[in-house]
Design a protein around this ligand. Structure first.
Ligand SMILES: *[C@@H]1O[C@H](CO)[C@@H](O)[C@H](O)[C@H]1NC(C)=O
Ligand SMILES: *[C@@H]1O[C@H](CO)[C@@H](O)[C@H](O)[C@H]1NC(C)=O
Ligand SMILES: *[C@@H]1O[C@H](CO)[C@@H](O)[C@H](O)[C@H]1NC(C)=O
Ligand SMILES: *[C@@H]1O[C@H](CO)[C@@H](O)[C@H](O)[C@H]1NC(C)=O
Ligand SMILES: *[C@@H]1O[C@H](CO)[C@@H](O)[C@H](O)[C@H]1NC(C)=O
Ligand SMILES: *[C@@H]1O[C@H](CO)[C@@H](O)[C@H](O)[C@H]1NC(C)=O
Ligand SMILES: *[C@@H]1O[C@H](CO)[C@@H](O)[C@H](O)[C@H]1NC(C)=O
Ligand SMILES: *[C@@H]1O[C@H](CO)[C@@H](O)[C@H](O)[C@H]1NC(C)=O
Length: 281
């Protein structure tokens, strides 16, 4: 219900008094401006964009003037996270508008209060298992709340868990190297493994390809929410182009060192990545 922001515009009245460029409040304010740009199609309010902004959609340079940033998307839901160490924002948001549904994941890099990079993985019809309504439905059933301070994992532990999963995509390392807990569910496009059993560990991969790899990983870590997001190139996802990588985003919720949720937003070269899956992978 983003359009109501047109009336609210709470962030515009926010008086930034701190010089701490990476304070949580500053990141939250910047995230609001990004979401407002995406929902209005108007970047003129976004006074914290670098003149040399790098704006990428699915690993290609694009312009905020002629891209999804200019469309004015009706955003159905979002999950937004803050990495105060790297000064980055990550948001996982859904547009279920039947005219053109999307699931979009964005990493924003902020330097001294200025957004230098906006890097998005954008999925739509034809992408990996795409179904925005189903993605929205399952995602909003889950809890990715703040973890109490004494129970948080270190950034190293969180990243290691995410890497263990991503390194297992080719199947060579087996399931036991991946620290999954129970319940654990994977949401891939619109397919949810937890729909089969919401209390079991449903995160192990049943379908693997030997050449699978996740390269050029760009990490985002929010230890307050036990969340790691990794952008990368997924080699082998598109079965018709096994020697090419496609833009991919994996997001992990980790509690007590154990993976609980995995969201995957994967893109395809050939519609459906050359698979017509009718069952969860
Ligand atoms: C994309 O933009 C970056 C930064 O402006 C630039 O360094 C790079 O060469 C561009 N890539 C292409 C393929 O144009
Ligand atoms: C993003 O989600 C938060 C929390 O659910 C909500 O308060 C905010 O309005 C949402 N933003 C947009 C642009 O939908
Ligand atoms: C954004 O830019 C404005 C104007 O340059 C500045 O006043 C404000 O502090 C900046 N906000 C953040 C979050 O850095
Ligand atoms: C997408 O998911 C929704 C809700 O789960 C379902 O009703 C719909 O049939 C699905 N659409 C397609 C094209 O599979
Ligand atoms: C991993 O777990 C899945 C689901 O339980 C199972 O189908 C698969 O065979 C296991 N793979 C390995 C390498 O053990
Ligand atoms: C779900 O998983 C739990 C734990 O593995 C198991 O005890 C239960 O029987 C499963 N339920 C169904 C409906 O398969
Ligand atoms: C990748 O495979 C395709 C055929 O599937 C081939 O046409 C292409 O040349 C290969 N590219 C590389 C870089 O090996
Ligand atoms: C997937 O479905 C489409 C349309 O039904 C069909 O043309 C295509 O051959 C199918 N691909 C595979 C790999 O089964």
């Amino acid at each position: 219900m983003v359009r109501s922001n047109l009336l609210g515009l709470g962030f515009l009245s926010f008086a930034a008094t701190t010089l701490a460029a990476c304070g949580l409040i500053n990141l939250e304010e910047t995230a609001d401006k990004y979401m407002y740009m995406m929902s209005s199609g108007d970047h003129s309010w976004f006074d914290n964009l670098s003149y040399e902004l790098v704006y990428k959609e699915n690993d290609k340079n694009a312009s905020i003037l002629f891209s999804v940033a200019s469309m004015g998307l009706y955003i159905t839901s979002n999950r937004t996270f803050y990495d105060a160490t790297q000064c980055r924002i990550f948001t996982d948001f859904v547009v279920t508008n039947p005219e053109h549904p999307y699931v979009i994941n964005t990493q924003l890099y902020v330097v001294d209060g200025i957004v230098e990079t906006i890097d998005s993985v954008i999925s739509q019809a034809g992408d990996y298992q795409f179904n925005a309504s189903a993605y929205n439905y399952w995602s909003t059933q889950e809890s990715w709340d703040v973890i109490p301070e004494g129970k948080r994992n270190s950034r190293q532990t969180l990243q290691a868990a995410a890497d263990a999963y991503l390194d297992s995509l080719n199947g060579k390392s087996g399931n036991s190297t991946v620290p999954t807990g129970a319940p654990c569910s994977r949401l891939e496009g619109g397919v949810y493994t937890g729909s089969q059993n919401s209390t079991a560990d449903m995160c192990n991969l049943r379908r693997r390809i030997p050449s699978a790899s996740l390269t050029n990983r760009r990490y985002f870590i929010d230890e307050t929410k036990g969340t790691v997001n990794v952008f990368g190139g997924y080699g082998g996802l598109d079965r018709t182009r096994l020697n090419q990588t496609v833009p991919d985003s994996h997001t992990f919720r980790i509690e007590d060192g154990k993976i609980r949720y995995i969201h995957m937003v994967g893109t395809c070269i050939t519609p459906g990545c050359g698979m017509n899956l009718t069952v969860p992978p």
